[in-house]
Design a binder for this molecule. Structure first.
Ligand code: MN
Length: 714
């Protein structure tokens, strides 16, 4: 059992000038108010706050946090009040203890709503004072260490699941990897005891052999470093059980096939970060590196949580993969306390102004979670934000930006500013233009090209990785959809009203109208129009409010509309409708040149079909609109064709080369050899228009083996 003197020793080891009187006072107070209480283990309750304070001292935290650790349960479990704590220990300590107490009330409960709520509270607490979360983490760590004393099996599982869902990701995000590992291992032990035991046993098997291996690798490294007069300590250890389990699961591997279960760490004595590169070069001169596996989180490339280290994987002395981390002593200290290492307080505020920048992500988290109502979605998003591996990229000015792995230039653009994101039209990576959907790599220099008035695109959603980008794009689409629906609804109403010799715009301004949208349960005329545009309300339903006897086919058809100019969009002109959301019928894949008809769909604008599309016959004629191809736009459209031919070696290769030569891209091929030795192939081609398609079809027909080429409806 840890004693207060041990804790004070730890504090003074880290900082000989620390004022430990606050810690002493907190200890005496805590001992007094918890007196007589017991833990489930049967030990005096005081052991718990002491252990928590010990963990906080291990994390290198300030005296206020450690005092708060000693006091973290007094408000909840004793007669102590926040006011009293404030008077005795100051506002900072009171604030931390208060924060931890509020979070404790949320503990337990296994529902996603509950977890989402805790997570939300924790994110807020984190922005308020990060030390609240650090004390909470230490509290959870000790509770996990003593979980065995819980009587109920279900309770153990519940707490373990919550630890895995919330606390381990938080520890990781805050850069306190040793706490993350211990939390994961312990939770794993309770949640999947058999798996845990099996892997643990496997790692201890042949332990003598492995110990020998570890010693061999260590001595190789040590000798090399000594040669270059680099003072260092070399550590070799097993990776934690849970990470081995995840590796096996993710890559479908048996234990025997998981190579890098032992990891090495070189801790350099020097304070000079550059020496890490020297050490890396030395290791690489010893063993060949796997280039793609080298990551240099140093200096400007440090992880967002401040973590610095080089990670490299090499082919070791027996042809095996070895993972090696290289860092200085200072970097190692940061790795123990994570984010907190940068968090020196002065009168309750972070002393370093750069600190704010380092924690931009916390504020991003808060901003992002505000707009998410669904707890499932929130859990998923925040976990995504917390867990995803990061890459560091640079602005042209050399500012470093951190993004999740797999992020695109669009994510980068939104990170710079929402405006930059939504007006992004292109991106340069390392000076070269790249597609917006390309994946950014560590170290890339990214510049974004914007143009005023440009808008986000729906398909960005299919590749962006950050929550911020996703939210912003969705927001825009929602607003845009509504605006489009309103304008579509207005056009539809104007058109229909005219058929009954009514002037919609005049009616819209009348007092009667207020009544009418009220009758539909709506608040504004725009809502009514949006509903018409979405197809939830038909214009006729509104007309009947004025002309109860109105039928679907008015006797007096209106004059053709002449004051409306066709407006183009995506290669299509919709008669009389402005700026409308268009999509192409998947059933018939219209091409420019084909005869086409538009159909107003429920909430998705207008779908364009070929005029002879069989599906059109089943659709509501009231919703059909005239559409034409516009001349101006250079575009590409997918179309399916079917090719039947005699079988021949390399037929497919020849066919694809041939089609390619005609400037046509192939999106998809499906080919099958039939029993009669003919080949039946369907392809999706990308063509400019119907003419283009016809040309390629006749070209294919010229190949000797081809029996038949037809355009498919779907
Ligand atoms: Mn506690």
């Amino acid at each position: 059992m840890i004693r207060i003197t041990d804790i004070i020793d730890k504090i003074l080891d880290n900082d000989p000038d620390a004022d430990v009187s606050l810690v002493d006072k907190a200890y005496i107070y805590s001992a007094r108010v918890h007196d007589g209480q017991m833990r489930l283990s049967g030990e005096p309750y005081l052991t718990h706050p002491l252990e928590v304070a010990g963990i906080l001292a291990d994390m290198n935290l300030d005296c206020m946090s450690i005092a708060a650790g000693l006091l973290h349960d007094v408000i909840e479990d004793t007669h102590a009040t926040p006011e009293e704590i404030g008077e005795m220990f100051g506002d900072d300590v009171r604030h931390i203890v208060d924060g931890v107490t509020k979070l404790s009330k949320l503990d337990g409960g296994s529902s996603e709503e509950r977890h989402a709520e805790s997570l939300r509270k924790m994110i807020l607490a984190m922005a308020d004072d990060i030390r609240v979360i650090l004390v909470k983490l230490a509290d959870r760590l000790h509770n996990m260490r003593t979980l065995k004393y819980h009587k109920k099996e279900s309770k153990k599982r519940e707490i373990s699941q919550e630890t895995l869902d919330i606390y381990a990701p938080l520890a990781s995000r805050l850069g306190i990897y040793w706490i993350r590992k211990e939390l994961e291992n312990t939770a794993f032990m309770y949640l999947m005891p058999d798996e845990y035991e099996r892997i643990r046993e496997l790692t201890s098997k042949h332990s003598e052999e492995r110990e020998h291996y570890i010693e061999t690798v260590k001595s190789f490294i040590k000798a090399k470093m000594e040669e270059a007069e680099l003072g260092c300590e070399v550590l070799g250890r097993y990776k934690h059980v849970y990470s081995i389990y995840q590796k096996m699961k993710k890559q479908h591997l048996e234990f025997e096939n998981v190579y890098d279960i032992i990891a090495f760490r070189i801790i350099l004595e020097t304070k000079n970060a550059r020496e890490c590169y020297t050490a890396m070069a030395l290791v690489h001169s010893l063993w060949r590196p796997i280039d793609t596996k080298t990551k240099m989180y140093i200096g400007k490339n440090a992880k967002q949580n401040g973590y610095e280290s080089i990670h490299t994987t090499v082919i070791g002395p027996y042809g095996e993969r070895i993972e090696i981390q290289i860092r200085t002593k200072d970097m190692d200290i940061v790795a123990r306390s994570g984010i907190a290492a940068h968090w020196k307080y002065k009168e309750g505020k972070p002393a370093d102004s750069h600190i704010r920048e380092k924690f931009v992500w916390i504020h991003n988290l808060i901003e992002n979670q505000k707009s998410i109502k669904d707890p499932k979605e929130l859990l998923k998003n925040v976990r995504l934000d917390l867990l995803t591996e990061e890459i560091s990229v640079f602005t042209p000015n050399g500012d470093v930006k951190t993004l999740p792995k797999g992020a695109s230039p669009i994510d980068f653009a939104y990170l710079i500013h929402s405006e930059v994101g939504s007006q992004c039209t292109g991106a340069k990576v390392n000076g070269r233009m790249v597609p917006l959907r390309s994946e950014l790599q560590n170290g890339d220099v990214v510049s974004i090209i914007t143009s005023k008035g440009h808008h986000p695109s729906r398909d960005w959603l299919s590749f962006v990785k950050t929550v911020k980008a996703k939210n912003r794009i969705r927001q825009w689409i929602k607003a845009e959809d509504k605006a489009r629906s309103i304008s579509l609804g207005k056009e539809m109403c104007e058109k229909s009203f005219r058929k009954y010799r009514l002037n919609f715009n005049a009616v819209a301004k009348s007092e009667d109208m207020k009544d009418i949208f009220g009758q539909f349960g709506l608040k504004t005329i725009d809502d009514l129009l949006a509903n018409v545009g979405y197809g939830k309300i038909t214009p006729l339903q509104i007309i009947r409010k004025f002309l109860p006897s109105a039928t679907e086919h008015p006797e007096h058809e209106a004059e053709p509309v002449s004051d409306k100019k066709p407006i183009s969009g995506s290669g299509i002109v919709v008669t009389g409708v402005k700026d409308i959301l268009l999509r192409f019928g998947k059933c018939c894949q219209p091409l420019p040149g084909d005869e086409i008809t538009g159909y107003i769909t429920l909430g998705q604008g207008v779908t364009v079909h070929r005029a002879n599309c069989a599906n059109l016959l089943q659709m509501n004629p009231e919703r059909l609109v005239d559409v034409q191809w516009s001349q101006s736009e250079e575009a590409a459209y997918p179309v399916n064709i079917r090719i039947r031919s005699h079988d021949k070696v390399e037929l497919m290769a020849e066919l694809t080369r041939y089609i390619g030569k005609h400037g046509v891209n192939i999106l998809k091929i499906n080919a099958e050899v039939c029993p009669d030795n003919t080949v039946d192939a369907t392809m999706t081609l990308v063509v400019r228009d119907a003419d283009h398609l016809n040309r390629i079809i006749s070209a294919i027909k010229n190949i000797k083996e081809i029996i038949e080429v037809i355009r498919l409806d779907s």
